[in-house]
Design a protein around this ligand. Structure first.
Ligand SMILES: NCc1[nH]cc(CCC(=O)O)c1CC(=O)O
Length: 309
């Protein structure tokens, strides 16, 4: 079946809209005869703004309502930050494709331009991510980490209002909103390993929609698919979500990949970090093995203790 109008579902945040517009432009460019519309859908994560993310503990906090609309046929594809998409999707939905990956690293934005090495115990560094918190504390146990919620603009405003002295956020989000100038420092993955599939934009579709699959194939990036899928296999093997300090980055070098995975204790004292080199086509298999090695070398113990809190 073919159609002339395609509806993209997305959250309404500036970042989500930017990402949906990228997909819209890519599809319109490849298929000029198609009309591509964007429909904004509110998710639970957009509504509950006063609770720490790690305390809500819901998988799919930013995706569920959009996925329901997709299943019901109200939209034809959904655009998400791949990072926010749980490794198990609802029955009938698949990731149809991905745009080329953007900036992978986390960044530091400090009020007065000081870098991470210059931060002291008197500075409050804000993040709501257990992954960032644990790695920051591992880097420097004297740091003071405070919680923060809200979209990128809200966080920057909160820092200006005195809530904190520095922010750690995904570089991709900052750059996409045009705030690159605010970045004090790109945090090297050897210091803060990024979240699984950070910087990638996913296009979710109905499994049986062959027409939309063909449309998405035309705009999807193969290297991004291979690298981020390997990272998602690691996450899935660890049974991690965004509520546990798990990180993974698969860095391409030609046809080779350097896969790094990490599990950290909440206080950052224990960090289990392992790396493996492999070829692109064995990435997912190696990512699963890497996750198993991390579990065996203390990762299981850490994750069990976090889950029973
Ligand atoms: N958790 C929220 C979220 N989901 C996707 C991004 C930015 C884009 C990306 O990381 O791919 C962010 C903001 C952040 O982590 O600072």
């Amino acid at each position: 079946m073919s159609k002339k109008n395609i509806k993209i579902g997305t959250r309404g945040s500036k970042l989500a809209l930017w990402q949906a517009e990228q997909v819209q432009a890519a599809i319109s460019g490849a298929f000029p005869h198609l009309t591509v519309e964007i429909e904004i859908i509110k998710t639970k994560g957009d509504i509950i703004l006063d609770v720490a993310l790690s305390k809500i503990g819901d998988k799919g906090l930013f995706t569920k309502e959009i996925e329901t609309a997709l299943i019901n046929g109200e939209i034809d594809l959904a655009v998400h930050s791949l990072k926010d998409l749980p490794t198990e999707l609802p029955e009938g939905l698949i990731i149809g494709g991905m745009l080329p990956r953007g900036e992978v690293r986390d960044v530091l934005i400090s009020k007065d331009g000081r870098k991470l090495t210059e931060m002291t115990e008197n500075d409050r560094i804000a993040t709501s991510s257990l992954r960032r918190k644990a790695q920051l504390l591992h880097f420097n146990p004297n740091l003071t980490i405070v919680d923060i919620r809200g979209n990128v603009d809200t966080r920057i405003q909160k820092m200006k209002d005195g809530h904190c002295d520095a922010l750690v956020m995904a570089g991709a989000g900052i750059i996409r909103l045009g705030y690159e100038k605010l970045i004090t420092e790109f945090l090297d993955p050897t210091v803060i390993l990024p979240a699984v599939s950070q910087g990638a934009v996913a296009i979710e579709i109905r499994e049986d929609d062959e027409f939309i699959q063909r449309v998405v194939d035309a705009v999807s990036d193969e290297l991004t698919w291979q690298t981020t899928m390997a990272e998602r296999w690691l996450l899935r093997t660890l049974e991690g979500g965004c509520q546990v300090p798990v990180a993974c980055y698969s860095e391409p070098h030609g046809s080779q990949l350097k896969l790094t995975g990490l599990v950290a204790g909440l206080d950052g004292k224990t960090v289990i970090r392992k790396t493996v080199d492999c070829s692109l086509d064995e990435a997912s298999e190696k990512a699963i093995e890497l996750a198993q090695a991390i579990l065996d070398e203390g990762g299981r113990e850490i994750l069990d203790s976090i889950r029973t809190v």
